[in-house]
Design a protein around this ligand. Structure first.
Ligand code: PMP
Length: 346
């Protein structure tokens, strides 16, 4: 008789099927029921595992890449981490062009996973030759046997969420979901999930979360790209200074904007009240839920799903650093804050 070894072949089989977790304490005073789809449970700790795996495996199916070839992408960090993880397992080289707005932790993580990283200035226009879009494009042209993932303009980004996130949420709520609240960066998450859910029930309302300083909300409302909307903001991965074709604007009912400061404090609240250590955009997404509650959008029949895109460990030098928060003007009395929570034994 042989002992059966109960092991996974590798971490790729753990991608997707993330839990839906009821938010009880944070929503105690709200009307309706609220659930978080917690994407930090993916092995790469974010929703981007889904698109990275789907796009690479689709390229393999189509015969576009073979082991030893190079995967190239622009990324605020999460997609890069997922691509680096999958490249390590499948035997691809991985080159990543990232924004200088990305936290040093994120960049170190990408290096740790074996990727080659190019850090590009955050506050230049998308068509500037130094922008991470242009740098990735150039590297793709210069590197033979390379594939440019191009998540902002790749329909497979939407498809990954249409095939996985949407069905998971539909099944986990037994079709009872009434509202989906989710961040919009490339738009893949919101568009793919919304398309699937609205095919099941067209009455489901889909609300996109955008940042002040981004063009998405205005574009959705007017179909006009207004460069005057653009200014620097701190939240990474949310909002955009261009119009991604990976966003299906017709699948979104409306957008709501959130501030850097509110989103940072809300992320900290999620950890303290729900024991969920999630990222900056998770704070942004739940901040949007709070604003929707203030606007009386929900009633007792509402079953609201909010997607938390990634894990809090990626923001230790940002929203989870009191010093960083103070530097942004988000925390005033640093010594008092510290005294409350830390006792130094001498
Ligand atoms: N949150 C984080 C932390 C992200 O990195 C991203 C991706 N840019 C998003 C939210 C938005 O997801 P999507 O690109 O699918 O719109």
């Amino acid at each position: 008789m042989h002992n059966q070894i109960n092991a996974k072949e590798n971490v790729l089989s753990l991608i997707g099927n993330t839990p839906l977790i009821a938010l009880k304490k944070l929503t105690a005073d709200f009307v309706g029921e609220f659930y978080a789809k917690v994407e930090a449970f993916n092995p790469g700790h974010s929703a981007k595992d889904r698109i990275a795996l789907h796009i690479i495996e689709e390229a393999e199916r189509r015969g576009i890449i073979k082991p030893g070839d190079t995967i190239i992408e622009t990324t605020s960090g999460n997609t890069g981490f997922s691509l680096a993880m999958i490249s390590a397992i499948k035997g691809y080289k991985c080159i990543l062009a990232v924004s200088s707005k990305s936290s040093p932790d994120k960049i170190d993580m990408l290096k740790t996973m074996g990727a080659q990283v190019y850090v590009c200035p955050a506050h230049v226009s998308a068509d500037d030759s130094r922008s991470y879009y242009q740098v990735a494009k150039r590297l793709h042209e210069e590197t033979p046997g390379s594939v440019y993932i191009n998540q902002y303009f790749n329909e497979l980004n939407i498809d990954a969420h249409y095939k996985t996130t949407g069905p998971e949420i539909w099944n986990q709520t037994n079709g009872a979901i009434t509202h989906l609240v989710t961040c919009s960066g490339t738009g893949g998450t919101i568009s793919g999930t919304a398309r699937f859910l609205k095919e099941q029930n067209p009455d489901i309302k889909v609300i996109g979360v955008d940042a002040y300083g981004s063009v998405l909300k205005k574009y959705h409302e007017t179909r006009e790209f207004d460069a005057n909307e653009i200014y620097p903001y701190r939240i990474e991965g949310l909002g955009k200074n261009l119009i991604p074709t990976a966003t299906d604007f017709d699948s979104i009912d409306y957008y709501i904007k959130v501030t850097d400061e509110d989103s940072a404090h809300t992320a900290r609240d999620i950890a303290k009240k729900e024991g969920l250590f999630v990222g900056y955009t998770s704070g942004a997404a739940f901040q949007a839920v709070k604003q929707l509650v203030d606007d009386d959008v929900f009633d007792e029949n509402s079953r609201v799903v909010v997607i938390f895109p990634d894990h809090g460990s990626r923001y230790m030098s940002k929203i989870y650093s009191d010093e960083w928060m103070q530097k942004q003007g988000f925390l005033e009395d640093l010594p008092e804050m510290k005294k409350e929570q830390i006792a130094y034994i001498k």
